[in-house]
Ligand binder design. Structure first.
Ligand SMILES: Cc1cc2nc3c(=O)[nH]c(=O)nc-3n(C[C@H](O)[C@H](O)[C@H](O)COP(=O)(O)O)c2cc1C
Length: 387
């Protein structure tokens, strides 16, 4: 099986373990399934002086066609020039090197060659040979290329999907604005006793518009900054109550998942609106204000929304007892798995415990981040301060 003609003649050139002949090792390399060759850098243009059968099988060349030639004949039009020059430099600097490059067989077909080159020194430390192992990694490279392409396709499809979803949100928002215009028209014509009802409905639709608006301006469709949403809701209600009542919002930067944003936005609107009505109804306008707090409870993982009236003259009735909001609040609270509780010590404060799953991202996370953590705040809300 061993072709003695191709085995290097200088036995001392290949380092053998003491006491063993060199030829058994040459025979092993010859019989190996790993394409292997030796070049002689002491000869002009560093030609091949040994090539095993596996190398000949890989490249399709006959032994006579490769012996005496520099290995560059394996390269071709698709061989990366930069990789080729790295190989040249490593050979010139007598360094080992691994490189992956496109090579061509005798019949012109291409294959990806994972090449490992090492210098071999003789017993006096002089450079004697370069040894090279070639691995055909075409299957692996093609699989990697297919994977990269599939990833690019997927990213393009996701970007398109995101664009479409934002477009849908934009259209929904436009339609809701049309509904608001129609409601305003009807409110203008309605009996003054009905006008307040129209205004409350308009405010609810505005909550929905605000959510769709924020999704667009926020540049992502999966979540909204709920603190910002609460501030917008309060601003809308201040407008509705002709600025007779003011509201303050203390909110940790929490991102609310879009699935929960609509029911939660509506619940918050009802609770806050009930407080506005309490202030006006109690005759304490000017002395009371509405206070809204949103925080993440680190101990339990849940998010809490506390809504109440602060200041002197607060009304005695709990906000949840008000006939209007309760039905909506009850249904939506159940829908998102939240819990509503009234402070037993004070009728004007209500606390909504929201499951952590409703809040997915922090607005301060880098855009596009998928960090599923609820961003915890420094502390929970101070309910005793809600007066
Ligand atoms: C031991 C050894 C094995 C080599 N095997 C290959 C090979 O399989 N394929 C290849 O394209 N180049 C191979 N080369 C690199 C080329 O011989 C040459 O160094 C490279 O093409 C850069 O030089 P050039 O720009 O003069 O062509 C090998 C080099 C050495 C020293």
């Amino acid at each position: 099986m061993t072709n003695q003609k191709d085995v290097p003649r200088a036995p001392g050139a290949v380092q053998a373990q003491p006491g063993l002949e060199t030829w058994p090792f040459a025979a092993i390399v010859q019989a190996s399934d790993t394409p292997t060759l030796l070049t002689d850098p002491r000869l002009p243009d560093n030609p091949i002086v040994f090539a095993n059968d596996a190398f000949l099988r890989l490249t399709g060349y006959g032994r006579d066609e490769v012996l005496g030639r520099n290995c560059r004949f394996l390269g071709g039009p698709g061989t990366d020039r930069e990789v080729r020059s790295r190989v040249r430099t490593a050979v010139e600097e007598v360094r080992p090197l691994s490189a992956r490059l496109l090579n061509y067989r005798r019949d012109g077909s291409a294959f990806w060659n994972q090449l490992h080159i090492s210098p071999i020194f003789d017993e006096v430390g002089m450079l004697a040979y370069f040894v090279a192992y070639q691995h055909d990694v075409t299957g692996q490279v093609e699989a990697e290329q297919a994977l990269r392409q599939a990833r690019r396709d997927l990213e393009e499809r996701l970007a398109e999907r995101e664009r479409l979803i934002l477009e849908v949100h934009d259209r929904v928002r436009n339609n809701l604005q049309t509904v608001i215009a129609l409601l305003n028209l009807e409110a203008g014509r309605a009996d003054p006793s009905l006008r307040q009802q129209f205004n409350l409905i308009t405010q609810r639709v505005r909550v929905l518009v605000g959510i769709h608006e924020q999704l667009k301006s926020f540049g992502q469709w999966a979540a909204i900054d709920f603190g910002r949403h609460l501030r917008e809701t309060c601003a809308g209600l201040e407008d509705l109550f002709a600025d007779t009542v003011t509201a303050t919002v203390e909110a940790e930067p929490l991102l609310c998942d879009i699935q929960a944003a609509v029911p939660l936005g509506l619940i918050a609107n009802e609770l806050i609106a009930a407080c506005f009505r309490q202030v006006t109804g109690s005759g304490a306008v000017g002395r009371c204000r509405v206070r809204v707090q949103l925080s993440h409870r680190q101990e339990t993982g849940v998010v809490e929304l506390a809504v109440g009236v602060t200041g002197a003259g607060e009304a005695s009735r709990p906000v949840g007892d008000l006939p209007g909001p309760s039905a909506i609040v009850d249904v939506l609270t159940e829908q998102i798995g939240a819990e509503l509780a009234f402070d037993p010590n004070a009728g004007t404060r209500v606390r909504l415990t929201i499951p952590a799953r409703c809040f997915t991202l922090s607005p301060s996370s880098p855009s596009g981040s998928t960090d599923p953590q609820v961003r915890p705040g420094p502390s929970g809300p101070d309910y005793s301060a809600v007066r």
